[in-house]
Ligand binder design. Sequence first.
Ligand code: ARG
Length: 458
Amino acid sequence: MAQLWGGRFTKETDQLVYNFNASITFDKRFYKQDIKGSLAHVAMLAKQGILTEEEKEQITDGLNGILEDVESGKLEISDKYEDIHSFVEATLIDRIGDPGKKLHTGRSRNDQVALDMKLFTRDEIHEIDAQVKELLEVILHVMEENVETYMPGFTHLQKAQPITLAHHMGAYFEMFRRDHERLQDIAKRMNTCPLGSGALAGTTYPLDREYTAELLGFDGPTLNSMDGVSDRDYLLELLSALSIIMMHLSRFCEEVIIWNSNEYQFVEIDDAYSTGSSIMPQKKNPDIAELVRGKTGRVYGALNALLTTMKGIPLAYNKDMQEDKEWAFDAMDTAKGCITLFAGMLKTMQFNKDRMEESAKHGFTNATDAADYLVNHGVPFRDAHGIVGKLVLTCIEKEIPLDALPLEEYKKISPVFEEDIYEAIDLKTCVNKRITIGAPGKDAMEKSIAAYKKYMAE
Ligand code: ARG
């Protein structure tokens, strides 16, 4: 047991209590941020004349030494300390003596941990965002290569209308673009510095909070010290954003799993991203996609856990808040692992273009276009819908697609049909006539791709 307090106690802490209360096993993860925060705090204390220049030098050198030694492996962060803050402070005092005891002047572990978690989270957001951008690049590349790769578009998992692979991928580009913007938005909103909030009520020292905020790359200090130590909104926002990212990945994975199935065979997942069966020699399983889909629940769990933890906490700091870390760390790690693996799987996946196009030709994906043909010849849409419904029924009986139905049969149901119906319901016509903004037609898709490329370059 090694703790920073004890003066008013007459008994040792029970070992089980100590273990239950301690957080070092998980908060040692932000030793770097903790030291960085202390360095800024000390620089500010000296600037304000609260510490002498000499004390500042000694403490700064001591902290830098600790950082170096932890990084090189020379100094182990021992679990005997209560938390990372205690470890750093105790080690500093051990190494430099009395000046080390002045480090914590005008500071509480409450504003210290609020700062550390924010610094750590801010770094993580940038890392996760970089991965999302990587994924956007992979998706954009697949789009560029597949403007003329035809496939069925589905509603209710029933073939609906023909689209292209570029169009399908474009939907995911939009989703992950929103994710990227959400992350940026969170990083911007959270960028205020809680250091100087003290335990809850600020301090009596003349701290320059603007200076520390600036040293640590924040836009400014938090404006209420009670909120400063007890705000975890930014974590909840991040966990929400990560949950949405996971939801997007999970939907994408679900499609990859369906497309990779024996029945669909739209895609082949690269061997490097597939797994085998211990009993069935023929198997090549989409385990990675399934795991990403499965791990989504874990990230949702983190969001729900922290929402629940926070909901009953009176102002200001309460120990419940220590529970933010393990879940948040797990969610960040999970999301990062999933985004990277998914991007790799997508990048190496083979699309079975012939099979996709063949599939698009069946299931009456051109029925809407047959109805539109009639509308273009003056038939009201509702009537056209009924006429084509009858045509489809005829084709189902004959077990043929609309393209294979002879013109006489068309004419039996509506005299409006002429030879040019076949051109109108040709797969490529169906797709390429859809050129409104956001539609799958080649012209529209090329415009989308150009816009996305510009977006990525900015
Ligand atoms: N380990 C605590 C946390 O993670 C920070 C320390 C604050 N402790 C305290 N007793 N006020 O939230």
